[in-house]
Design a protein around this ligand. Structure first.
Ligand code: HEC
Length: 111
């Protein structure tokens, strides 16, 4: 019985947050900024070796625009690391890894 009440309460709060989010102007600005979170994540974590355009290949990194990996394969490289590249699963959550890989794929190369 207690569990059931908790569940309903949590759901109610979620609905409230969602309703507030879509009503306020500042939150819409926030949404716009979040439109390409992958870019921000990339610029913060990946440019050191891959460069802003993904082509740098510093420290033995690969030119990301020439990568032939699938989205799943890229996710695995970012999660688990490869060679000189450190794993990012402790640093980024799955959503962030998805976002940054999606951004990497916009850099070109991957067809
Ligand atoms: C310390 C330098 C370094 C950083 C920082 C780094 N990488 Fe890498 N990355 C590498 C190296 C080196 C490789 C090549 C690994 C190998 O194949 O031996 C690589 C390979 C990759 C590949 C696979 C490319 C291919 O075609 O095989 C992807 C995708 C990738 N990196 C994405 C990222 C993303 C996204 C980030 C930021 C979250 C990032 N990397 C941060 C060094 C780095």
């Amino acid at each position: 019985m207690a569990m059931r009440h908790l569940h309903i309460l949590a759901w109610g709060i979620a609905v409230l947050v969602l309703a507030c989010g879509s009503a306020s102007g500042t939150d819409e600005d926030h949404m716009t900024a979040e439109a390409s979170p992958g870019k921000a994540i990339f610029n913060m974590n990946c440019t050191l070796c891959h460069g802003r355009d993904g082509k740098a290949g510093l420290n033995g990194a690969k030119d990301l625009t020439a990568s032939t990996l699938t989205t799943e394969e890229m996710m695995a490289v970012v999660k688990n690391g490869k060679g000189a590249m450190a794993p990012y699963k402790q640093v980024l959550n799955t959503n962030e890894i998805e976002a940054v890989v999606a951004y990497v794929r916009t850099l070109g190369g991957t067809k």
